[in-house]
Design a binder for this molecule. Structure first.
Ligand SMILES: [Zn+2]
Length: 464
């Protein structure tokens, strides 16, 4: 039984898809006017883990948008005098390249806002016809006083609502619960616009997601995700627009990932603690360790991203690598260790229970390391058997399908003639007690990212 915390109800409820078979999930995608930062990627990694866990239970139809129309994009494209698709294309490409490095799976359907203008226009027309939308100047606004449950998701005090006050910006503060823009008339002659029955212009950010989500997933989604930053105004406005048209709940579960802090502070360019994924890779940190750190804390808790934490993440990954390397290179007798079999079974149950427990990734990771300790003990005592190894390796494949934190097995044990030769030379130097030479060869191997371990069964090596 999968439990998830629903922002709409404030409760942690059992989740199943409405039709019992296919989860229809929408996640808000990137706004493509620069490179995504690690705060963004915390949310995308959380959604990726959720996606993988859902797929282990049901069919999944996952839609994510690409926001390629918004205030900043229009301003920058206009300034450069280029088409907005030309302006955003490199950032869209960069987003998927970064995501691939973090082993984030691609959603099943990816929807750039610029491909869904007719659907957005149709929604705005319906909102005008039903009195929820109104024209003012050359723009169209949503009248929040016409939607009594406005503010429910973000628990906005309705006394704060400013009847009749309007806001044009795509993003704004919680202190401004005003009528929000559905369709914006162009401010300048050069600005990109699309024709519409209610006047040429462009969609507001919020209407984009409503139109694209309902187009592919129907009027009521099973799950709508985002970061906590999206709750107000973005998701609040998505609910108002969608439900004002359909009179049905827009999403059954709203799930939000908490903030990411960097070294205990809010990430900001002025503080110098603002990192894109690219910044960290350039500094020499590995994408795998970054993913590990991002998913090591449950999505509902704030995550404090620190360089020390990255080192720890790398150590944890090394521990997994060392274990898998040892597991695969140790000669084991045939048969089965019944005691160990119980531990493996318990680890599997605990791992699933952790993920079912509101996607408690820390608990799931704990199950992995408990088993590693037990297995290492068994290896120390020579009590592990071949059938145990087979089951453990098969389970680590499953763990990787869910969390994508297990390094590829081939990488760990692949032979390489040149490295084998260096190791042989080093062993030869050791045998002839030429320690200066053996140290030199050891350093040469380390510099090439090779870790070596001298064991009873000879020298073993692996790539770092
Ligand atoms: Zn959205």
């Amino acid at each position: 039984m999968l439990k998830l915390t629903n922002t709409l109800t404030g409760a942690t409820d059992t989740f199943t898809p409405a039709d019992g078979a296919t989860v229809r999930m929408y996640t808000c995608g990137p706004t493509v006017h620069n490179f995504a930062h690690i705060g963004n990627f915390r949310t995308y990694v959380f959604e990726d883990v959720l996606r993988r866990h859902l797929k282990s239970k049901w069919q999944l139809l996952h839609v994510m948008n690409i926001t390629d129309i918004d205030d900043k994009i229009i301003a920058k494209a206009t300034e450069k005098g280029v088409d907005i698709r030309d302006y955003t294309a490199p950032y869209t490409e960069a987003f998927f390249a970064d995501s691939a490095k973090l082993r984030i799976e691609k959603p099943d359907v990816i929807t750039p806002a610029t491909d869904y203008i007719p659907e957005m226009i149709s929604l705005v027309e319906q909102l005008i016809a039903s009195g929820h939308g109104y024209r003012e100047g050359n723009s169209v606004y949503f009248r929040i006083s016409s939607f009594p449950s406005y503010g429910r998701l973000s628990r906005l005090d309705r006394r704060e609502l400013k009847v009749g006050a309007r806001i044009d910006a795509d993003e704004y503060e919680k202190e401004q619960p005003n009528d929000f823009v559905l369709w914006k008339g162009p401010k300048e002659d050069t600005e990109k616009r699309w024709d519409a029955p209610f006047g040429a212009g462009r969609p507001g950010w919020h209407i984009e997601c409503s139109a694209m989500a309902m187009k592919h997933l129907g009027e009521t989604l099973d799950i709508h995700c985002g970061g906590v930053d999206n709750i107000f105004p973005h998701h609040e406005n998505e609910i108002a627009q969608s439900e004002a048209v359909t009179s049905k709940p827009f999403a059954r579960f709203w799930i939000h990932a908490e903030h990411l802090l960097v070294e205990n502070e809010k990430m900001s360019k002025s503080k110098g603690n603002f990192y894109t994924l690219r910044d960290l890779l350039e500094k020499g940190y590995e994408a795998q360790a970054i993913r590990y750190l991002l998913l090591s804390v449950q999505y509902r808790k704030q995550l404090n991203f620190t360089i020390a934490g990255l080192e720890q993440a790398r150590n944890s990954l090394d521990r997994i690598k060392r274990f898998l390397f040892r597991l695969q290179t140790t000669n084991l007798p045939e048969g089965r260790n019944e005691e160990l079999k119980k531990h493996i079974g318990a680890a599997k149950v605990e791992f699933e229970a952790g993920l079912d427990d509101d996607l408690n990734t820390a608990r799931a990771l704990g199950a992995i390391f408990t088993l590693i300790t037990e297995c290492n003990n068994a290896l120390d005592r020579d009590s592990m058997r071949q059938d145990d190894r087979q089951e453990i390796l098969a389970w680590f494949k499953e763990v990787d399908a869910r969390l994508a934190v297990v390094p590829p097995m081939e990488e760990l044990v692949a032979g390489d003639a040149e490295i084998e030769a260096l190791i042989a030379q080093r062993n030869e130097a050791r045998r002839s007690r030429n320690f200066a030479e053996s140290d030199r060869l050891r350093k040469q191997l380390i510099d090439r990212g090779i870790l070596i371990e001298d064991t009873r069964e000879g020298t073993k090596w692996r790539r770092k």
